[in-house]
Design a protein around this ligand. Sequence first.
Ligand code: MN
Length: 264
Amino acid sequence: MMGKRKMRILVTNDDGIGAPGLDVLIEIARQLGDEIWVVAPETNQSGVAHSFTLHDPLRMRAIDERVFAIRGTPTDCVIMAKHFIMKDAPPDLVLSGVNLGQNTADEITYSGTVAAAIEGTLAGFPSIALSLAHGHDGTGTVKWETPMTHGVPMIRQLLAAGWPPHVFLNVNFPDCAPEQIKGIAITRQAYGHPGQLRINDRLDTRGIPYFWIEYKRLNTTPQQGTDVWALASQQISVTPLYLDLTHDETCKTLSHALGQENAA
Ligand code: MN
């Protein structure tokens, strides 16, 4: 796929330029590629999904020759990389993460980590989102050694296999030590909201109400072959996703219902 020429990798994330998972991914990228560029949000952008900034200016902070922080979203970062920072040297691969916390099932639609891979795909670059499950074993420790150990050989295998241009890969590492990993599972996105949303309402010091959205992941029995199932069985989950959200089955039933059998 990459031939013998230099491999240039763009690294981004949604947890922000100071996040430990970004350092993990930079280290992974250094082992994979020859030229590593980092364009990441200045602040934590978790949950911003695929939003981009239209009504405010973007500020860019150059940290090093190939390291930049953008006061914007992960999508802004990929756009800035493609159209400005790496304009004359486009990446061969976009890596987003490693996110602190899994991005699986319906939660994928909230994810800034996944959105950066979506934007990379729209920009025409092979893209992979990487996340590390956390909080499953109750120890509170984040097992960064797991992506650090398994990330490089796995990405090499995936790049050698390749995937179509409108597809990107959503990788989730389970919340276990590297030596406990049972393998890599090619999975599908689990269906159904695995968590519970709740509003925590409070009063500020002036008696004015404010609110926190609280999110709690529920322990359900995951359907076999899904991303959530892979994590529960200590496998690295690789889900190929694509950008066409059309539901074919409903297209057919609605076409029939509306008497347009020959329409689609
Ligand atoms: Mn995040």
